[in-house]
Write a protein that binds this ligand. Structure first.
Ligand code: SAH
Ligand code: SF4
Ligand code: F3S
Length: 467
């Protein structure tokens, strides 16, 4: 695997913009405004990358539609994290044979994390002839060239070589939301947790330059953004490849100094690299949301070692204790995997006890899914599926009771919230901790911060009223 970071030059990017112009002219000559549809699976990183694909498409003359039916270009931006995620994509990809039959000339592309797996591109080459192009995340910056090749040559395109991890600044991004913006601060992952496919499909960790990130944040805030979420697989190791004396906490502090009323969020933090400096920086700035997504994966130190997580139960609990001490209002969420190969009943109970000790606001819960090519896929896994399902249900019940209780305790308290939209007749808002609140109010309030008193709660959401 090639591990060098390549910065895509302005000249190379300009070549891509020239392809956008050619595509625009192609459609202009036909007197057609083409429509493109991008479907996103997986995490926020993929959401952000779909915005870049839409940016390129708009620059190439496409209108953005919201369904595959009738679209001239359909892109599936995929996730490889679990087998189930992949099966869904293959199912939906199969259905595109019909939309393609009904709309002559529809071009279908598959990109994202699945496109980084050889077994996937091989299967598409062989069994999905209606797919016109496949490109891995390393090649996203070349999308205009890929699309142009398909349109002009009528030949299938596969851009799937394992390139050095690249960073391309300046790809236009058609953002879905003007109030809340994703900003990728780094790409790839170096951690090689034994169950995880991400390092194989996204390459090594590489950080964007701080100047580029700050300039992007400033521009977003000037354009009216009120919330910036910094993205990376492991944001705590931001900058390690670039700087000796500037880390993720420094980046947060620098963004918080930009004038204006806004909130900064980030994900994901790896407990291995999170520490006091980060929590102190969060505590010191009112612009950094008191929200932390800190995946623990398992409550058993033996399992954590087998997962190659580089922390144990005690270190994790110490971190959380310190974070809560300096940020009493902290909203804490996490990821957990049930049924890792060889997880015993006792080890599972340690996971339950960690959940009960920490008292998470909510959890993303997963049953272990073997990913071919990762070390955990070859580990002894004697626990039957039914037993794993039983553990999973028990864990969800424990967490739901905790979430419900935490939410009930919100009643009567007042939180500063960003009013971010409407759902049917009610305004939607998010507390600083990221909890969803529904309330009555005028839609002119969308885009403002307001004090909201909580009046009701369920496991998943809150209702409130303007103070
Ligand atoms: N980089 C982030 C998480 C990325 S993937 C981090 O390290 O925290 C999101 C979550 O998916 C992981 O935290 C993990 O809980 C889950 N996950 C990853 N691979 C998995 C697998 N093979 N089976 C089940 N869950 C998995
Ligand atoms: Fe996967 Fe681990 Fe990297 Fe997260 S830190 S993306 S779980 S390898
Ligand atoms: Fe999925 Fe890739 Fe994100 S595998 S979770 S889309 S990094």
């Amino acid at each position: 695997m090639n591990t060098k970071t390549t910065v895509i030059s302005e000249e190379e990017l300009n070549k891509q913009f020239a392809f956008c112009d050619k595509i625009s002219a192609y459609w202009h000559d036909k007197n057609i405004t083409p429509v493109a549809y991008v479907e996103t699976y997986g995490c926020q990183q993929n959401e952000a990358e779909s915005e870049k694909l839409r940016g390129y498409l708009m620059q190439s003359g496409y209108a953005i539609g919201n369904e595959a039916e009738g679209a001239d270009v359909v892109i599936m931006n995929t996730c490889a994290i679990r087998e189930h995620a992949e099966q869904r994509v293959f199912g939906n990809l199969g259905a595109l044979t019909h939309t393609k039959r009904r709309h002559q000339g529809q071009k279908v592309f598959l990109c994202g994390c699945m496109a980084g797996e050889t077994k996937v591109s091989d299967r598409i080459k062989k069994s999905y002839p209606h797919v016109d192009g496949v490109f891995s995340t390393h090649h996203l910056w070349q999308f205009p060239e890929i699309l142009w090749n398909v349109l002009s040559k009528g030949k299938r395109q596969f851009y799937i070589e394992d390139e050095p991890g690249s960073i391309a600044e300046g790809i236009p991004q058609a953002r879905d939301n003007t109030l809340k913006s994703w900003v990728s601060i780094m790409y790839g992952c170096n951690n090689f947790c034994t169950y995880c496919i991400v390092p194989y499909v996204r390459g090594r960790e590489r950080s964007r330059k701080k100047e580029d990130i700050l300039a992007e944040c400033r521009a977003l805030l000037e354009a009216g953004s009120k919330e910036i979420t910094l993205l990376g697989q492991n944001v705590n190791s931001y900058g390690k490849d670039l700087y000796d004396d500037f880390d993720f906490a420094d980046l947060l502090a620098a963004i918080a100094e930009i004038p204006g009323e806004f909130l900064i969020r980030f994900m994901t933090s790896h407990p291995r690299d999170a520490g006091k400096k980060l929590f102190d920086t969060m505590a010191a700035s009112p612009k950094i949301a008191k929200q932390l997504h800190l995946p623990f994966q398992s409550g058993s130190s033996r399992v954590l070692k087998a997962m190659n997580r580089h922390y144990d139960r005690e270190k994790y609990l110490e971190l959380v204790t310190y974070a809560k001490q300096v940020m009493p209002e902290l909203v804490l969420t996490s990821d957990v995997i049930v049924g890792f190969p060889g997880e015993t009943e006792e080890e599972f109970e340690q996971t339950i006890s960690l959940i009960e000790t920490v008292h998470y606001d909510s959890l993303f819960t997963f049953i272990f899914s073997p990913r071919p090519g990762t070390p955990a896929a070859n580990m002894e896994d004697p626990t039957p599926k039914e037993e794993k399902n039983r553990r999973f249900d028990r864990l969800c019940a424990v967490q739901n009771a905790i979430s419900e209780q935490i939410h009930a305790n919100y009643i009567g308290r007042t939180f500063r919230c960003l009013i971010d939209g409407m759902d049917k007749d009610l305004l939607t808002a998010r507390t600083e901790g990221g909890r969803l609140v529904r309330l009555e109010g005028d839609k002119n309030l969308i885009g403002t911060f307001a004090d909201v008193t909580i009046t009701g709660s369920t496991t998943w959401s809150l209702t409130g009223k303007l103070k």
